[in-house]
Ligand binder design. Structure first.
Ligand code: PLP
Length: 403
């Protein structure tokens, strides 16, 4: 198989956030962007707009609309029948979550989050003046699973919304039918709204299967807003285009009454055309990306297994690895800081994914070439071997090996 992954030089010439936020001696494995070129049909769709200099207000109807393309994609991938009239385009999913929280809760209400959770969502809940009600995922020894008892305890006032991320970022879990049913039950029993982010649904490894929560039952769908986009799986996050799907006309009408429509803006023509090209013609490309990601996921798992006491459950989806180093008793303020300073590798800091703690966890983005990934992992091993600073807790390396 031909290895995928752009070179460091190519990535540094581009003007993406991932490769520019930190100094040039740092290898970035943080924000969820892939170091892979986009699918040719996506590039062709963008080129068409550029060649025609077609930059006026967009008009995309019927087959050329995002709503119809989304409905087709859901049918083809998940046998989920979607009415395009229930679909609302958005610029990005953080915008969608913000608008949905404002529409379906009041200041001071609670939003239940399965922590650790994709950090901008926690910031959004707090930024909207709502409370984060954590229901931490439980480590069952093999993976992080939904704490169903915990959910039943917290899924009641002041909670008004269950914010679900499935596949889950950062754990990479693909929630199983029983877990989704428990969420649906809790929502129905307590009259809660479900916001379900399914942006990673196309990045699922064999033998796991993504189930859109809105397919469980009409009763659950009627209180569910599903949000998604092509931006993660097809590596076009800078093009800013996504969708919200309302599980019933009543839910959609409630949203429209609460949020002035112009607040949502509109995705650009380039974003729409690229998304449609990705969904309709990007599958072969996605399959080659999944082959590379599988190799990289296994590299990370083997590396993690070589570090005594590091806890890691290989993801069932996503290109993100959640690494828990809390049993290593690392020196310094956080694992993120240690790897940044000593390995010169930028990961996401675990503490951002929870309302308390997780300083000894990090999230690693492995969507890069195996070469760059190996370089990062080697540097991280070295960082764990090197002696601690004299003023920190002890003079041994975090691995317990004197060097
Ligand atoms: C779970 C999840 N939801 C949403 C997003 C981002 O969505 P957007 O860029 O459309 O705001 C990300 C990006 O990494 C993500 O991982």
């Amino acid at each position: 198989m031909e290895e995928l992954g752009l070179s460091e030089a190519t990535m540094r010439v581009r003007r993406g956030l991932k490769w520019h936020r930190y100094p040039d001696d740092i290898l970035p494995a943080w924000v969820a962007d892939m170091d892979f070129d986009v699918a040719e049909p996506v590039q062709a769709a963008i080129q068409r707009v550029v060649e025609q200099r077609d930059y006026g207000y967009t008009w995309r109807e019927g087959e050329a609309s995002l709503e119809v393309a989304f409905a087709e994609r859901m049918q083809a991938r998940f046998s989920w029948t979607v009415d395009p009239a229930r679909v609302q385009p958005v610029v990005d999913l953080n915008q969608a979550v913000t608008a949905l929280i404002l529409a379906f809760s009041e200041p001071g209400d609670g939003v239940v989050a399965q922590t650790p959770l994709y950090h901008p969502f926690l910031q959004t809940i707090l930024g909207c003046g709502r409370r984060v009600i954590p229901n931490p995922l439980r480590d069952d020894g093999e993976r992080l699973v939904l704490d169903v008892n915990g959910l039943e305890r917290v899924a009641r006032p002041p909670a008004r919304i269950l914010l679900i991320c499935n596949p889950h970022n950062p754990s990479g879990r693909v929630l199983e039918r029983e877990e989704l049913q428990a969420i649906g039950r809790a929502a129905v029993a307590n009259d809660l709204i479900v916001i379900c982010d399914e942006i990673h649904a196309d990045l699922v490894y064999e033998p796991h299967r993504h189930i859109p929560i809105a397919t469980l039952s009409d009763e659950i769908a009627a209180r569910t807003i599903t949000i998604t986009s092509a931006t993660k799986s097809f590596n076009i996050p800078g093009l800013r285009c996504g969708v919200m799907h309302f599980g019933s006309p009543e839910l959609q009408a409630r949203f429209s009454r609460a949020i002035p429509s112009r607040l949502l803006g509109h995705p650009s023509g380039i974003g729409i055309d690229a998304t449609i090209a990705a969904w309709r013609q990007g599958q072969p490309w996605l399959e080659s990306v999944m082959r590379q990601l599988t190799i990289n996921r296994d590299l990370v798992a083997a590396w993690a297994a070589s570090i005594p006491s590091l806890r890691h459950h290989p993801p069932e989806a996503t290109f993100l690895a959640w690494l828990d180093l809390s049993e290593l008793e690392l020196p310094g303020s956080s694992a993120h800081e240690l790897f940044l300073q000593r390995a010169r590798v930028a990961l996401n800091a675990g503490q951002d994914f929870d309302v308390s703690g997780r300083h000894q966890c990090v999230r690693l983005n492995f969507a890069t070439s195996s070469r760059i990934l190996n370089q990062m992992l080697d540097r991280m091993t070295e960082a764990l071997r090197s002696p601690t600073d004299p003023h920190l807790s002890n003079s041994e390396s975090p691995l317990g090996v004197r060097s």
